[in-house]
Design a protein around this ligand. Structure first.
Ligand code: JHZ
Length: 392
């Protein structure tokens, strides 16, 4: 039984960057967030139809940050120890191949519903199914390519509305001793940091280990290990196997205990979170309006999906944020979803005329600060709402 605790209002497709003449057909939905009393899952009240988000025009590239490029390189070298025979690997949601590129072509295959990216990884030499993940596809892969030793998914599983179907399909394709490894933003970190912008159309769920344990279990899988990661504002990497096959590491119970202390198994915790979200909105608007009154030029750094939630929920448009800079070629020259703030390259827009930059990509704060030393040295300041609205 789902209980709604937060309303983030009318929202567009978070990665639906668009041209002026596309505004009249822009798609909107109401973003409500709920707690499922049965599974303890934090999930949306209604889900956006996946093909509206993930299609041949998808613009998010996982390889745009050095942090993530290094993250996947390091993980690959941890998982793949030149075993003989080579492990049979499948990646679900391979995007532009930022993880895949570290694995051999002949034993690694991918699933990616965005046709533009499926084409890119095929060009890199990886067999890629341009399809959504479900039991039908898992049956097909099992038949054609065989069961997998490793099934990997980064920032993908929390994007899929039907989790029972997803986990059934994993169980179907996993070898008896195979491991399913996936990483997604952690609900504990979202609550601790008030990073409510992790919720948007592409993230129908935000996972706690408690909820995942319930959902995996009822589909014949169990969590054997949990690693807490710093990427994307705090994520969890979950290792799961078929029930009863693996040895369960202490990290599983440790994480669940910590989550119970935070109250992630209780609706009241999320009701309190919703109050903090509302406060964060008022604080951000107050700060940006003050900057405007003082005649400062404020832009946004990183046209992230997260900032789509922020700008639309808070009602922040070009009158408060002059424009957004972003390194992704596919986003440049377009308008941000819903609030229609112009997006341009950093070369074009990140210059000495900028006083303050709101961090749309606050999760890469260190990488950005290292890169933009001159901006800070020249008196420029970054603004973030995580964990509290302030100059950072
Ligand atoms: P970033 C996306 O979320 C969507 P987003 C998706 N749903 C998901 O789960 C996560 O990724 C993993 C740019 N940038 O990574 C690049 C600069 O311009 O926080 C990106 O467009 N300069 C799949 O969109 C954006 O910022 C820089 O120096 O919220 C960051 O987006 C850096 C570091 C990034 O994810």
């Amino acid at each position: 039984m789902k209980k709604k605790f937060l309303d983030l209002g009318k929202q567009p497709i978070a990665n639906g960057f668009l041209y002026k003449d596309q505004i009249k057909n822009e798609y909107f939905f109401n973003l409500g967030v709920a707690f499922d009393e049965t599974t303890k899952l934090v999930t949306q009240t209604e889900y956006v139809d996946p093909p509206l988000m993930f299609n041949d025009d998808y613009v998010y590239r996982g390889s745009m940050s050095q942090t993530m490029r290094e993250h996947f390189k390091k993980l690959s070298s941890l998982l793949w120890k030149n075993d003989n025979p080579m492990p049979k690997v499948l990646e679900i949601g391979s995007n532009d191949g930022v993880f895949l590129r570290h694995w051999p072509n002949d034993s690694t295959i991918a699933v990616e519903p965005c046709g533009n990216f499926a084409k890119e990884t095929r060009n890199m030499g990886y067999k890629t199914y341009a399809d959504f993940w479900d039991t039908k596809l898992a049956e097909e892969i099992k038949l054609v390519d065989g069961e997998r030793d490793i099934i990997f998914a980064a920032n993908c599983i929390c994007h899929i509305p039907d989790l029972d179907e997803t986990f059934k399909a994993i169980n179907l394709l996993l070898k008896e001793t195979g491991v399913f490894i996936f990483e997604d933003p952690s609900l504990a970190e979202v609550i601790n940091n008030n990073s409510y912008d992790q919720i948007y159309d592409e993230h129908p769920h935000v996972f706690s280990v408690i909820a995942l344990d319930n959902l995996l279990n009822r589909n014949g899988l169990e969590i054997v290990k949990v690693e807490n990661l710093s990427v994307h504002g705090g994520s969890n990497r979950i290792y799961a196997m078929k029930k009863g096959v693996g040895t369960v590491d202490v990290s599983v119970e440790q994480n669940k205990t910590y989550e119970r202390i935070l109250g992630l198994d209780k609706l009241e915790t999320f009701v309190r979170f919703a109050e903090k979200v509302n406060q964060s909105k008022s604080d951000l608007l107050r700060l940006l309006k003050k900057c405007k009154e003082e005649g400062k030029k404020v832009i946004s750094y990183g046209a992230s999906s997260k900032s789509t939630t922020i700008f639309n929920y808070c009602g922040i448009g070009p009158e408060l944020i002059s424009y957004i800079t972003d390194t992704t070629p596919e986003k440049q020259g377009k308008l941000s979803p819903g609030m229609h703030i112009p997006v341009m390259s950093p070369e074009q827009g990140f210059n000495e005329t900028v006083d303050y930059a709101y961090l749309g990509a606050w999760n890469f704060i260190q990488e950005i600060k290292n890169k933009e030393i001159d901006f800070v040295a020249g008196g420029g300041k970054f603004i973030s709402h995580v964990p509290l609205v302030k100059f950072v």
